[in-house]
Design a protein around this ligand. Structure first.
Ligand SMILES: Nc1nc2c(c(=O)[nH]1)N[C@H]1C(S)=C(S)[C@@H](COP(=O)(O)O)O[C@H]1N2
Ligand SMILES: [Mo]
Length: 386
């Protein structure tokens, strides 16, 4: 079922993507905010961040008031504590090698001279909502760069190749199998995934040079995939005949689940890949014309979002028609005409165009998941109406 969802995302995404690739996404629509409105802060707030050298910045949901996340508000995560490599763009080169007929070595100017492609996409950290202090690791930006597929073509991928690895500049000491190592941040994906037309080597973010925090001079932007896949500070792309099994592929970003098949339980460990269908209430606002709940939905092509207040019925929210793109979050809103004074809970759930529903917290997909990654269960927040 999930594989079908993914295929649906890719088929529909790619078709729609073709229309958006050149012109970029429409920014014409208006975010559902109202003049003079005030925001009611959530009563439940994230825990204090115990790892400021790793989680540097997160989205404050109450502040969400535009479809595009400005660069200085975009969440910033480094898996290696404190790593923030300052790359000298003048001497930097992207190495493109491994099982290719013609290895390439490309400067930033070489990359910028190649065909330009833009994509507006939402990036969510795979750990988002999985830890009490990690709740705003998500943002939506317009990225510009050059597509990866033509480079693979130009380098000439050899027949035995099945996998492509993306190596970052940042490295750290790791220990596993009784061995101390020094490993770079790196991720790999299948050659078929790497060849998808939306895969982008990005050097611009929202019309500015890619900021250092977000991977200057070059990052992979993998639309529809969790944050970890979007390797920053890229230095090497390697075509291989095997999967990468380093720290950040084999040990981190692994989801452990108990999966039931024919009454028998199988424990699985799977690598984090594409994002999963999810939504979140962002903010409750009050204005002269009443109270409104606004939120976002992402991870698959969104067909519908529903909101539930306290133990009431699920009510369909309005999807913002103006600002949509195949790999970007959809903004939704729901008017709440007569909220009674006191404390309330607000839950949202998204349905994708293939009919899949965002899982409830007691769905085995979530309840039988043992690691914090890929926490796409329905989110409930609490608010007090004065
Ligand atoms: N080189 C490198 N790339 C990386 C990381 C990293 O630590 N090093 N972290 C990954 C993770 S886990 C996430 S969620 C995203 C965060 O991207 P952002 O900081 O631009 O929001 O970058 C990914 N790419
Ligand atoms: Mo992440």
């Amino acid at each position: 079922m999930l594989d079908l969802t993914r295929r649906d995302l890719i088929l529909k995404g790619s078709a729609a993507f073709a229309a958006h690739a050149i012109v970029g996404a429409s920014r014409a629509g208006a975010f559902p905010s109202r003049p003079g409105e005030t925001v009611l802060p959530w009563l439940d707030q994230p825990d204090e961040n115990p790892v400021p050298g790793i989680i540097h910045n997160q989205l404050v949901w109450e502040d969400l008031d535009s479809w595009i996340t400005p660069n200085d508000e975009f969440f910033f995560i480094t898996n290696i504590d404190g790593a923030r490599p300052e790359v000298d763009a003048a001497s930097w080169k992207l190495e493109f090698d491994g099982l290719v007929d013609r290895p390439l070595s490309l400067s930033l100017d070489d990359l910028k001279a190649r065909p330009r492609q833009e994509v507006t996409c939402t990036i969510e950290c795979s750990g988002n909502s999985g830890l009490p202090f990690l709740t705003g690791a998500i943002g939506n930006a317009t990225w510009a760069g050059t597509p990866l597929a033509p480079l693979l073509q130009e380098a000439g991928v050899q027949p035995e190749a099945i996998e492509v690895a993306f190596w970052g500049t940042d490295a750290t000491d790791v220990e596993a199998r009784d061995t101390k190592m020094h490993e770079n941040y790196a991720r790999s994906m299948t050659l078929a995934d790497a060849r998808r037309p939306e895969m982008l080597l990005a050097y611009e973010m929202n019309g500015e040079a890619l900021p250092i925090d977000h991977g200057f001079p070059l990052r992979l932007v993998a639309p529809g995939w969790y944050g970890s896949v979007n390797v920053k500070w890229l230095r090497r792309i390697e075509v291989m005949d095997h999967r990468l099994e380093t720290q950040f592929m084999a040990r981190d970003f692994v989801t452990v689940r108990e999966v039931e098949r024919d009454g028998e339980t199988f424990w699985t460990e799977t690598s984090v890949r594409h994002m999963r269908l999810k939504s979140a209430p962002a903010r409750v606002t009050r204005a002269e014309d009443g109270t409104r709940i606004t939120g976002a939905a992402w991870g698959a092509p969104i067909a519908k979002v529903e909101v539930r207040i306290d133990d009431g019925p699920w009510q369909e929210a309005r999807l913002d028609p103006g600002e949509r793109a195949p790999f970007a979050w959809a903004i939704w809103s729901h008017d709440w005409p007569d909220p009674s004074p006191g404390e309330h809970t607000i839950t949202s759930r998204a349905t994708d165009t293939a009919g899949n529903l965002q899982p409830a917290m007691d769905d085995p997909l979530i309840a039988k998941k043992h690691t914090f990654y890929e926490s796409n269960g329905q989110i409930t927040r609490r608010v007090r109406i004065g």
